[in-house]
Design a protein around this ligand. Structure first.
Ligand code: FES
Length: 359
């Protein structure tokens, strides 16, 4: 290829600054590649590149099938490792598609596009009109050199492959979770495993807790007994919402509002363990003040006053779980929490949260 800005070595020597210690050697002589001299080799390379781009739609379809059809819990043994099948397939298909596009682009540039060097001399910041025309001419030459006008399938193949790669990104948005309709919220974020008659068990020993075994000042981390029936992700999700702390305080030293008289057993009160700020688990308990401190951002809740916030960024009281005892004296829940536990979310109705002054 020749352009009007190419220079021969001797021309470059002439252009070198007069005080330059080394003469400009100019551009090396161009060595043609096998695809420059052998049209059949160029055709072969062309077909290889198109073949790689053609595999991308298949891999994208594979990604979509893996996303929608492979169960999330399915597992796969690979090289002795136990992997999640869906994640593995998503990674393989999307990764291979991106790799093929990259390899096709590199191969296209290496063997089909022109590899002759073009030298542009520097001028002042404002280019003269001839230079601009020359740039446009070079641009035109460059486009011609990509062979995109002759081999139209390359351009559309690359554009199509890159466009299709947007699909995996778009469908992955579904992993943000289901659309939070009222019905969806009611069966997920606004509900926990707690229900009438569910026993409170120690979250280390899983033993049921007897009311008369707890001492004043004691704090116990606990969970619902029915949590043990769950496994895997379902277990983790349920535990994250249902975790509680049980504290026993002197009933005469705390304020128990009228509406919550039967939510406690002789000063034994039960609260969500999940901070209402951004959801850290809390159990830094100050016996004397009845304060519970969140280690993340220091929100402090008064467990002797219905879990109201006394300090820090949390905006809502810690949800209290209504409890009672069964016939044998073991602690059981009276119901689920009456408000959603954990951090706020856009659709959350805060009107039922306990406020200062509520009776
Ligand atoms: S998460 Fe508890 S204060 Fe921020």
């Amino acid at each position: 290829m020749s352009t009007d800005i190419e220079r021969t070595p001797s021309e470059h020597s002439d252009l070198a600054a007069p005080d330059s210690p080394v003469p400009d050697p100019g551009v090396e002589e161009h060595a043609p590649r096998f695809t420059d001299v052998d049209e059949r080799a160029a055709e072969r390379a062309y077909r290889q590149i198109v073949g790689m781009l053609a595999a991308v739609p298949i891999l994208v379809i594979g990604f979509l099938v893996a996303y929608f059809a492979v169960p999330r819990d399915a597992e796969l043994m690979l090289f002795g490792a136990n992997l999640k099948m869906q994640n593995t397939l998503l990674g393989l298909t999307a990764g291979l598609a991106a790799l093929l596009i990259g390899v096709a682009a590199i191969q296209w540039a290496r063997v089909l596009m022109s590899d002759e060097e073009i030298v542009g001399e520097r001028h002042g910041a404002a280019s003269p009109p001839e230079a601009r025309e020359r740039v446009l001419a070079d641009l035109e030459t460059g486009i011609e050199a990509t062979t995109i006008r002759r081999r139209k399938l390359l351009g559309s193949g690359m554009a199509g492959a890159l466009g299709l790669m947007a699909l995996p990104a778009v469908v992955s948005l579904a992993d943000l979770g289901p659309w939070p309709t009222a019905a969806e919220r009611a069966k997920t974020i606004e509900t926990t495993l707690w229900a009438e008659g569910v026993h409170l068990v120690n979250d280390v020993t899983y033993r049921r807790l007897k009311a008369d075994e707890l001492e004043v000042g004691q704090l116990v981390n606990a969970e619902p007994e029915n949590l043990q029936k769950l496994e895997g992700t379902a277990y983790q999700q349920a535990k994250a919402k249902a975790a509680i702390i049980i504290v026993r305080m002197d009933p005469n030293a705390i304020r128990i509002p009228e509406s919550r008289k039967d939510w406690q057993v002789n000063g034994i009160l039960c609260y969500s363990k999940i901070c209402t700020h951004v959801g850290c688990p809390i159990s830094l308990w100050e016996q004397q003040t009845h304060h519970l401190l969140c280690p993340c951002h220091q929100s402090t809740f008064d467990l002797g006053n219905s879990g109201l916030v006394v300090f820090g960024p949390a905006a809502r009281a810690l949800p209290q779980l209504p409890i009672t005892t069964d016939a044998d004296g073991y602690l059981v829940a009276r119901s689920d929490f009456t408000v959603p536990v954990g951090p706020s979310f856009f659709e959350r109705d805060s009107s039922k949260d306990f406020q200062e002054g509520d009776r």
